[in-house]
Every structure is written in structure tokens, then in C-alpha cells.
Ligand binder design. Structure first.
Ligand SMILES: Nc1ncnc2c1ncn2[C@@H]1O[C@H](COP(=O)(O)OP(=O)(O)OP(=O)(O)O)[C@@H](O)[C@H]1O
Length: 643
């Protein structure tokens, strides 16, 4: 047995015993069929005209039932998984009811609903001349009634497990809801759909109770294999055993096929992965962005957005501007992006891109492309298929879309990976493909949600470089949500600081670095920021101490004293001489920051003081966690920023 191959911990006896009993309980009846089958007569039993007719009928009925279940069940599963409506619980119970209802009761209910004297029967008879009972279509209806729930449950589960990011990204690339459903949703839930379809078919094939009650037992018309097994059991038990074996084998084959092919996700497991330690991107020559850029800007679009709701702010930007959106967790960064996409009821954006007002347009018609944090590459498409997706959705022909997509992949240095699926790409490669996909869709506004967050430091630096190069050629406005100060400062023309959904500061990086408007921004940018009230010669700190500055501001207002960590010197003895700001404190933490050390000192005067010193200085000072030190800052190194 395969379980032996993987040696795991021994299961507890108390669980293993009943489990083994359960296996025996399920196996015994099957073994009974196998043992009692007259193998010599098997061929004869299975090829009697009656058996062949019943088999034909079973196949016809079960496939029709599967078809009907797909046509009705797929939209039903979608409705249950995706749409919030009153009475959803009742509808779901209704869908599942046939699974728990005794099939004969189901048959009675079908008779009363669709039978000759049922609610709809006379109408079907008069209008279409259809009489379901004692007709093959009746057997189809009965089989569909009991089998469809398997499809709906399986598909609803698969749809519920699909993160909305994929479908939202597809919409942002220009795909209509129907296209998204057929090109993203359905392929991504294919394993669930196929498993549900197989179970539905197997259940329809084995249907007995509802069929005999509703459609009767007419040979050649409604007498399917299970009905024949039941009849034969009285007259010819050996033949009944042979037919049972046939049904058993078919059912088992379905389950085995399902396990092998559809429970392990997409069939990309066996595809070659990049050799560990060998990054194809590193080997591939970086394409010359300028040489490839000519066709890049297909237009120039400014941005004007007035956002209301959770976010309250107005954004104006010239074409080609890159804005880093920063803020604490929960500040409203994602909500702002979703408002611009038209994807959230929590905030509304009156949005103008270039000369066009796109406020009332649905997400797929706005020209706003979104790259979510994980890239959300469609796993069932290759890198090329992903990149061509937006162009195809916007009506570009297949060949043209693919050749343009290939160009974009080349531009981003991942052209050689065009035929790979996302599962075969490294994080950095996937980010580049996601970016290529967004840019290829020719958006008028580009939204990147923490594009580099998932990458390691080395890849991050490389992808950041690529990003900067390609954003330079982008003709629209680009918003990048980030928690990384290096990203904010190095990629953006402007930094938008959000707090509680509002713009706390919106200025060039240099200005934000020099004059951060909140302690959080200062800390994010690696600066000391101590709040306090201005005095004649500096600031009285909220923490208790005071600082003297070279250029005081008007007395009595709230302000932040901003100090770069490099400007804070540490001493073991109280320094004498020029620095006018000296406080005692205790070392709380020492961390590496590039080639320097970052030392956190807690002090009664300023609460937290961060100092950056060389490892050599740290060694000379012999500091460690808990060491008492003196901090000093020159008055000229302190900037006061009014709040
Ligand atoms: N669907 C929702 N329903 C209600 N409140 C929500 C919903 N989504 C987010 N919020 C709240 O709205 C606020 C802003 O959330 P948002 O996700 O925009 O923040 P963020 O700045 O992106 O945060 P983070 O840095 O953690 O990603 C938070 O207080 C959050 O709890």
C-alpha cells in the first residue's frame, strides 16, 4: 500500500483500530460481489439484450443528467458562492435537500410537481406534449434531481476557496465579468468542477429510488442498470451480481481517476523548476530599457481623484508621476486603491484620467490596472498567456496580443520564461511578469500594492531597479503602496502619507525625509522624531526633557524634533564641550543596518533615541544591551517640524 512508503509516526491504537474496522466494513460487501461473481458467465450476463439495453439507457440518462446539472448547477453554485441575497440559507438547503431525502420520497415529490396530475404536468403536456413519467426524460429528471447537489456543493466550495484577487485583477486588465468567469474563474475551479461533475455522473448512473417512483420501470424506456439489477435479484441472482460488478467497477474507476488527476491541483508539479541557486534572471542580460522603450508610452494621462468615504482626500498628479502611498496598518492604503478601481463600497472615487471622467465606469472599463501584493498571476496560463490577457480582453487578436506580450516580457527581462506557468517562477520573476501583464494592458493608472514585499533583499534591489526603469516610460500615474522607506524614497516622485484615511502629507521624498509630519513617518524613514512644544530656544519634549536647536521657531506650538540617527553620538562618560543636547540613557537593542549598527537607547529625556554608529565605534565603547550611555546631538543637527 502506498501509505507504507512514507514512514510517519505510529497512529494511536485507539484511532487505528476503529479506522481498520471501518475499512473492513466498507470492503466486505465489495469482496462479497467479487467472490460471488461467476466469472465464467460474466460475459454472457453482461451481453444479454436486456443488459445491453439497460446499459445504453443508463449511459444516456446519466450523461443527460450531467449535462442538465452543469447547465443549471454551475450558475447556481456561482450564485451561492458569490452573491449575497436574502434567503440564501433556504436556497442552499433546497439544493442540498435531495442528498438527504430518501430517493423514493424524492420520486413522490417529483410526481406531485411534474407528474401527469402534478402542479406542472398538465401544462407540460398541453404546451409541449411532454409526459415525464414513464418516459426516458422522466428518468433524466429523477437522476438530475438527486445528482445535481454533488456538483453544486463541490463547485461552491471551490468558488468559495478562490481568492477574489484573481478575478479583480482580471477585471482591472479590462475583462468583462462574463469573460472573467470563463477565462479565470472556471479554469481556476476546474478541479472542483470536474470532481463535482464526475461524482454527479456516478450518482446519476447509480440512481434507483427516485427513478422507479417517478419514471417507472419500463424496459428500454426507463429501466436503467440499477433497476435491472433489482429485478434480476429475484429471478437470476448471478446475473444481478454480474451487473452489480459492472456498476461497481465504473464507480471505482471514476473515484480512482478523480484521485489521480484532480485532487492534486494543476498539473504543473512535474514540470521542470529552475535549478536551485541558479536564477535565470541573473543570467539573462538586462535588456536596454531605452532601446526597448519607444512603443512604451501609448499616451499620457494625468490623474484627478476626489475620494470620499473611509478615505477623504484629493489627488492630483501629472502624467508619469509615481506616488508612494505610505501609512500605518489600517491607514486606508488598500481602501484607497480599491476605491480608484471601483471595487469597494467603503470609499468612492470621483476619478478623472487624462480628459476622461471614468467615475461611473465599471472596473473593467476604467483603464486602471492593479498589481496585488502577490501578483495574482493566473496559475492556469503561462507567463505569456498572463501577459497577453489584458490585450485579449480588450479585443486585440490572439497573434498580435501574444507578440506584444512577448515584447513586454522581454522588456522586463523575463522573455525566456514566456512558456512557464506561475508555479515555475521565482518570486522576483513572478513580480516582473505581473508588472509586464499590467503594463501590456496599456492602463491609464497603475496601482502596485507592495510590489517588492515578498522578495529577498538582493532580488528586491534588482526588481526595484527594473521597476524604476519601466515606470520612467509609463505615460500614466503610478501609485505604489509600500512599507519600505527605501522603496518610497527611491521609486517615487511624491510620497503620500495616509493616516485615518486622510492625507497627512503629500510631498517629494526629500521634503518628507527632511520634514516628516508625523513620528510614524519619521520612524519609517529611519529618523528620530520627538514630539513636544516649542520654547524660546528649542522644544520641550513630551517625554520630559528638552532640546536646544540652532533655529528655533515661534514659541508655544506643537512640533517634532527630527534627528538623523547618524547625528546621535554615544559616549560612556558624560561629554563636555560643544554639543548642547546631552542625555543619559540605557542601550536596549543593537541591530545591523547595512555596514553600520543601529543602537536603540531609552532615555528619560526623549523616550527612544536611535543612534547609528560604526561597528568599530561600538567595539571601542564596549556597549551591549543594558549598558548605560550618554547620547549627544549638536543643536545644528536638529530640525523642528511644526505639526
Ligand atoms: N471590508 C471591510 N469592512 C470593514 N472595515 C474594513 C474592511 N476592509 C478594511 N477595513 C478597515 O478599514 C481600515 C483601512 O483598511 P485598509 O486595508 O485600507 O488599510 P491599509 O492601510 O491598507 O492597511 P495595511 O497596511 O494593514 O494593509 C482599517 O481600519 C480596516 O480595519
Amino acid at each position: 500500500m502506498t501509505a507504507r512508503r512514507t514512514a510517519g509516526p505510529r497512529p494511536p491504537l485507539l484511532l487505528a483500530l476503529p479506522a481498520l474496522l471501518a475499512i473492513a466494513f466498507l470492503m466486505l460487501p465489495l469482496v462479497g460481489i467479487l467472490v460471488r461473481t461467476r466469472w465464467s458467465e460474466l460475459g454472457e450476463h453482461l451481453t444479454t439484450p436486456g443488459s445491453l439495453e439497460a446499459l445504453r439507457l443508463s449511459l444516456v440518462v446519466s450523461f443527460w443528467a450531467l449535462g442538465l446539472s452543469l447547465v443549471l448547477g454551475v450558475p447556481m453554485a456561482w450564485l451561492l458562492a458569490r452573491v449575497d441575497f436574502r434567503g440564501k440559507t433556504v436556497v442552499r438547503s433546497l439544493v442540498l435537500l435531495p442528498m438527504v431525502l430518501p430517493p423514493t420520497v424524492g420520486g413522490v415529490a417529483l410526481l406531485l410537481g411534474f407528474g401527469r396530475r402534478g402542479l406542472l404536468g398538465p401544462f407540460l403536456d398541453d404546451a409541449f406534449g411532454i409526459t415525464l413519467p414513464f418516459h426516458t426524460s422522466g428518468a433524466v429528471v429523477a437522476a438530475t434531481f438527486v445528482a445535481m447537489p454533488f456538483l453544486v456543493i463541490s463547485l461552491e466550495g471551490a468558488l468559495g476557496g478562490l481568492r477574489p484577487g484573481y478575478e479583480e485583477t482580471a477585471a482591472s486588465l479590462g475583462a468583462t465579468p462574463l469573460r472573467v468567469f470563463f477565462t479565470v474563474t472556471l479554469p481556476m475551479v476546474a478541479p472542483g468542477l470536474i470532481a463535482g461533475a464526475a461524482l454527479t455522473w456516478a450518482r446519476a448512473l447509480g440512481e434507483f429510488g427516485a427513478t422507479i417512483t417517478f419514471a417507472g420501470n419500463l424496459p428500454g424506456v426507463t429501466q436503467t442498470l440499477p433497476l435491472q439489477v433489482y429485478l434480476l435479484l429475484q429471478d437470476d441472482p448471478e446475473a444481478a451480481t454480474s451487473l452489480s460488478l459492472l456498476l461497481l467497477v465504473v464507480a471505482m474507476a471514476v473515484l480512482v481517476a478523480l484521485r489521480g488527476r484532480w485532487t492534486s491541483g494543476h498539473a504543473v508539479r512535474d514540470a521542470p523548476h529552475p535549478t536551485p541557486g541558479e536564477d535565470p534572471v541573473a543570467r539573462a542580460p538586462e535588456p536596454d530599457a531605452d532601446a526597448l522603450a519607444p512603443s512604451a508610452p501609448a499616451g499620457r494621462w494625468s490623474l484627478h481623484a476626489e475620494v470620499t468615504g473611509f478615505n477623504e482626500l484629493t489627488l492630483d498628479a501629472e502624467p508619469g508621476t509615481t506616488i508612494a502611498v505610505v501609512g500605518e496598518n489600517g491607514a486606508g492604503k488598500t481602501t484607497l486603491l480599491r476605491a480608484l478601481l471601483g471595487l469597494t463600497p467603503r470609499a468612492h472615487a470621483a476619478l478623472r484620467l487624462g480628459d476622461d471622467d471614468v467615475t461611473t465606469l465599471p472596473p473593467h472599463r476604467r483603464g486602471v490596472a492593479w498589481v496585488p501584493q502577490d501578483g495574482a498571476l493566473f496559475p492556469h496560463l503561462t507567463a505569456l498567456g498572463n501577459t497577453a490577457y489584458g490585450l485579449r480582453a480588450q479585443g486585440t487578436g490572439r497573434a498580435e496580443a501574444r507578440s506584444r506580450a512577448r515584447l513586454w516580457l522581454d522588456r522586463l527581462g523575463v522573455g525566456h520564461l514566456a512558456d512557464r506557468r506561475p508555479a515555475q517562477l521565482s518570486g522576483g520573476q513572478a513580480q516582473r511578469v505581473a508588472l509586464a501583464r499590467a503594463l501590456a494592458a496599456q492602463p491609464r493608472l497603475l496601482l502596485l500594492d507592495e510590489p517588492l514585499a515578498a522578495l529577498d533583499q538582493t532580488t528586491r534591489a534588482r526588481v526595484r531597479h527594473t521597476l524604476r526603469t519601466h515606470l520612467a516610460g509609463f505615460g500614466g500615474v503610478c501609485l505604489i503602496v509600500t512599507h519600505d522607506p527605501v522603496e518610497a524614497v527611491s521609486l517615487a516622485d511624491r510620497v503620500l502619507v495616509l493616516a485615518h484615511g486622510r492625507a497627512l502629507q503629500d510631498a517629494p521624498p526629500a521634503e518628507v525625509t527632511r520634514n516628516p509630519r508625523s513620528p510614524w513617518v519619521a520612524r519609517m524613514l529611519g529618523r528620530n522624531a520627538w514630539p513636544g512644544t516649542t520654547t524660546v530656544d528649542g522644544l520641550k519634549l513630551a517625554a520630559g526633557g528638552s532640546v536646544v536647536v540652532a533655529e528655533p521657531v515661534a514659541e508655544g506650538s506643537e512640533a517634532l524634533a527630527i534627528v538623523a540617527p547618524e547625528a546621535v553620538s554615544l559616549h560612556r562618560e558624560q561629554p563636555s564641550g560643544s554639543p548642547r543636547n546631552v542625555w543619559p540613557g540605557t542601550v536596549r537593542e543593537i541591530t545591523a543596518a547595512g555596514s553600520r549598527l543601529r543602537v536603540l537607547v531609552t532615555s528619560r529625556a526623549a523616550a527612544d533615541v536611535v543612534s547609528e554608529i560604526t561597528p568599530q565605534a561600538a567595539a571601542e565603547l564596549a556597549i551591549a544591551d543594558g549598558t548605560d550611555v550618554w547620547c549627544s546631538v549638536k543643536a545644528t543637527e536638529i530640525t523642528l517640524v511644526p505639526l
